[in-house]
Design a binder for this molecule. Sequence first.
Ligand SMILES: NC(=O)c1ccc[n+]([C@@H]2O[C@H](COP(=O)([O-])OP(=O)(O)OC[C@H]3O[C@@H](n4cnc5c(N)ncnc54)[C@H](OP(=O)(O)O)[C@@H]3O)[C@@H](O)[C@H]2O)c1
Length: 324
Amino acid sequence: MVAAVRVHKTGGPEVLTYEEVEVAAPGQGQIRIRQGASGVNYIDTYFRSGLYPAPSMPFISGNEGAGEVTAVGQGVTDFKVGDRVAYVAPLGGYSAERVLPADRAVKLPASISYEQAAGMMLKGMTAEYLLQRTFKVEKGHNVLIHAAAGGVGLILGQWANHIGANVIGTAGSKEKADLAKANGYHHVILYREEDFVARVKDITKGALCEVVYDGVGADTFPASLDCIKPMGLFASFGSASGPIKQFDINLLQTKGSLFASRPTLNTYNAKRDALVKSAADLFKVVSSGAVKIPVNQKYSLKDAQKAHRDLEGRKTTGSTILVP
Ligand SMILES: NC(=O)c1ccc[n+]([C@@H]2O[C@H](COP(=O)([O-])OP(=O)(O)OC[C@H]3O[C@@H](n4cnc5c(N)ncnc54)[C@H](OP(=O)(O)O)[C@@H]3O)[C@@H](O)[C@H]2O)c1
């Protein structure tokens, strides 16, 4: 038996139940790992609350982690016992040990710790596809990123800066704005106090942005569209303030022949080749020091409820991890 955090019925953070579970031997194409750390992501709150339906009940929360391979199932050729690996995989992350499909794991470079990896695989590969594939950000582009001091936000800002973009962010407090400025952002707007559209117009001298990356959802819509240049892209990649309920496609015409996308990491990295390339690109920017992974909250697995309360209460910055 190993320690894990399960959800037996959907609801608030109180439904996260710390208990002992059996972990099976790895089946065909699977590996079993002893986890060094598990990542906490906003998507974990969507499964916990029922906004996203879980494939089965009860389920172990969490889609991200890193650790050491302790057993390999039949047909696994890429990994052996003792390998250090990291992953984004189906639910099961908040656990001291777990089984996962081998084709969702990658080998972890020696220079990256388990804790760092648990804080960066899901958020960092999201930054990778958003900046390189949903829209190809180039030197000199104006880019607006909401929730700049958050987990995805701090990685996106550093990476966009590394590419050479003019990086504009929004943040919920002065402290968060200062942190974002120390992590790649050239300009940070306090969107709870300031009109972010007016500030983006001002910062870009009326030129607006090639792309807006919006993980906030309801609260920043439709204002985000007014920050985009004609024929630019609205990349709506999350719903921290709640989902956008109505999307009138005619808005894209009136706001300047805009494009809009609602991308997810699962689609972009569905194929093994894409996942391996995405992880390699992430490891490259992290290993070179161009992107640092601020793991600013670390909780014991048994304190997962507090981790969720803090994340949903806007008390966290950067990445959050759980350790067994
Ligand atoms: N589509 C994908 O592939 C993908 C992958 C990963 C993450 N995501 C999405 O990216 C977003 C960020 O994820 P994350 O894990 O890095 O979380 P996070 O940004 O660390 O936390 C969410 C942040 O959103 C901001 N926020 C604005 N309004 C909020 C509200 N009403 N309630 C709570 N927070 C609010 C807060 O920052 P301020 O206080 O500064 O406003 C908060 O810190 C989420 O929407 C997530 O679902 C999408």
